[in-house]
Design a protein around this ligand. Sequence first.
Ligand code: FES
Length: 150
Amino acid sequence: MNIDVTVNGRKMNFNIECDEYLVDTLRRYGFLSVKKGCDTGSCGLCTVWVEEKPVLSCSTLSVRVSGKNITTIEALQKDALEFAEFMAGEGAEQCGFCAPGFTMTVLAMKKELENPTEEDIVHYLNGNLCRCTGYVSQLRAIKKYMGVES
Ligand code: FES
């Protein structure tokens, strides 16, 4: 079947299988920033935005995004680089495997929450796992990025 979508502001037509998940469709169409980790909705690596909200693309059937706006990190490079500088400043850099999905969640949180508490941040990010770095330095970086007092 075919669906019309808008990806990063560009209108596209995807030819999909009826049981295909969005992570696989996006990667098939060249959006390789969208990573596939657990493939079971547990790690957050596959996070993209649908209608400006973060979703797990490994748990979203492609047919369900027909007619919708999808955003991947390719469209958010300026914001992603700004956040990456905060991560680097705290020694919290991630490898390229976890970083795209993690960054998509952080950027969504920045748009959604004003003056979050540390608990809010931890709760918002609890669906994103990181295999390399642990979470203490990341939390410091995110708090600075969000403008949260320590
Ligand atoms: Fe989607 Fe892990 S690959 S949550």
